[in-house]
Design a protein around this ligand. Structure first.
Ligand code: LLP
Length: 426
């Protein structure tokens, strides 16, 4: 995907220098081939290997009409978590019967949208949502397929802000017999619901399988208890996402089979031993599909040397287009794209242009000595970069370009200054 030629970085045959000249900087650049390679890994390691499965793209990682269209063509599902994501999917003509709806506080408007569009399933995140949804279904004469998101009470080896399976979490129904079993019983009797089963999402950017496997045990016990107490076979189990990717050389990400093989083997074994029908199994990765398919290009501006301390190299974007370093201390690797083969004999901090000291994109980057006007390419920025972009300091959100068949295609325009004040009433 990335090659250097004549000291220049290329993405799928397209020069990053030309991309920067044509579209300006900062710029998000995606490789469609890489997205497809990631989808293919899920296809071969999960969908084709195990029957009765599906994979939904957690579109929060990068939600655009382009992405929804691509996922549709590729036969994947989409997981949405807001009216805005659902609207984007529908505008992209994504079939509602391959949409699932997650989120811990879906509003009435959002639930009604989901019922109206006929999304295939809603992942119910808490007890109050269940009763609210039931009322809306009754009022509108609808019946909806639901799963329960369970808080499996497992910890994950990732940044605390993106570990979501712990007991103390805003997500999911607590793992408590007195809450869960009456709720299952109630749901099974309700005319508003078809109860499919259980869902968990234990965390994000996971580089080992521990938390998935511990959470699976919780789900297996629940499946068995549901059968024993209510004589009901769980139809569906969703293992969430969270499969980590490589950001820097020190990351050693697992492949999809490293996660799903032990999960599927254990699931099949448990069902055999306990005479249960193996449910349909699904996953909803975001980062794994899009993370390493994207890079960001920045123009280097002012360079500040603090003698005997460090060099700050400022770029024309920052925490407005990638807030992950500021928010989670996320680490990235980068290269000076117009000096791609030169020796990396400098160590600098890459700083953004926002009025925040925490707006440092990369600390201690080893690179060729940077100069004002150079182009910086930051790798693996495809997930949760554009998706979390914001207008702090009234900085405009950069455009998005996709490289497809060795050609660049603009899929999102750069915001204009007028966009920034569009909703303001003068
Ligand atoms: N399913 C559910 C219910 C989720 O909450 C998430 C992510 C996913 C699937 C997809 O997770 P993934 O495969 O992308 O790890 N902004 C953070 C990540 C937050 C993830 C939130 N939920 C970041 O930039 O690292």
């Amino acid at each position: 995907m990335f090659k250097t030629n004549e000291n220049t970085l290329f993405v799928d045959g397209v020069s990053t220098l030309e991309l920067a000249d044509t579209y300006g900087t900062p710029l998000y650049v995606y490789s469609e081939d890489q997205i497809k390679r990631n989808l293919n890994e899920i296809r071969t390691s999960f969908l084709q290997k195990y029957p009765n499965t599906h994979a939904a793209y957690a579109c929060k990682a990068f939600c655009t009409i382009y992405m929804c269209q691509l996922l549709n063509q590729e036969g994947f599902w989409i997981d949405v978590v807001s009216g805005g994501e659902l609207y984007t999917a529908i505008k992209a003509q994504f079939p509602p019967d391959r949409i699932e709806f997650n989120g811990n506080n879906k509003s009435e408007e959002e639930l009604l949208m989901a019922l109206d569009y006929g999304v295939e399933r809603i992942v119910v995140d808490n007890v109050s949502e269940l009763y609210h949804l039931e009322k809306l279904c009754m009022k509108n004469g609808k019946k909806v397929k639901i799963l329960f998101r369970i808080t499996p009470e497992v910890s994950s080896d990732t940044h605390d802000h993106i570990a979501t399976g712990k007991k103390d979490s805003k997500f999911g129904i607590p793992l408590n017999d007195e809450i869960l079993y009456p709720l299952i019983e109630y749901t099974l009797k309700s005319a508003a619901f078809e109860f499919l089963g259980f869902h968990f999402h234990v965390g994000s950017q996971l580089l080992d399988t521990k938390s998935h496997l511990s959470a699976l045990e919780v789900i297996l016990d629940l499946m068995l208890a549901t059968k024993q107490r209510f004589d009901y076979d769980i139809k569906d189990f969703n293992m969430g996402g969270g499969f980590g990717i490589k950001y820097t050389d020190s990351d050693r990400p697992l492949g999809i089979s490293d996660f799903v093989d032990p999960i599927m083997n254990r699931m099949n074994e448990f069902c055999r031993e306990n005479n249960l029908i193996r449910p349909h199994v699904s996953m909803e990765p975001g980062r794994f599909i899009i993370g390493d398919a994207g890079i960001q290009l920045y123009r280097i501006g002012n360079i500040k040397e603090i003698p005997d301390l460090k060099t700050y190299v400022s770029v024309d974007g920052g925490m407005t287009d990638n807030m992950r370093p500021g928010l989670y201390g996320a680490k990235y690797d980068a290269i000076i794209a117009n000096k791609a083969d030169d020796p990396k004999n400098s160590v600098v901090d890459i700083s953004g242009k926002c009025c925040e000291s925490t707006d440092i994109l990369i600390k201690n980057l080893k690179c060729t000595k940077p100069e004002t006007g150079d182009l910086l390419a930051v790798y693996s920025t495809g997930a949760y970069g554009y998706a979390m972009a914001n207008n702090y300091n009234k900085i405009r959100i950069p455009p998005v370009v996709v490289i497809k068949d060795n050609k660049a295609q603009l899929i999102v325009r750069r915001q204009s200054y007028d966009d920034l004040i569009r909703n303001e009433l003068l």
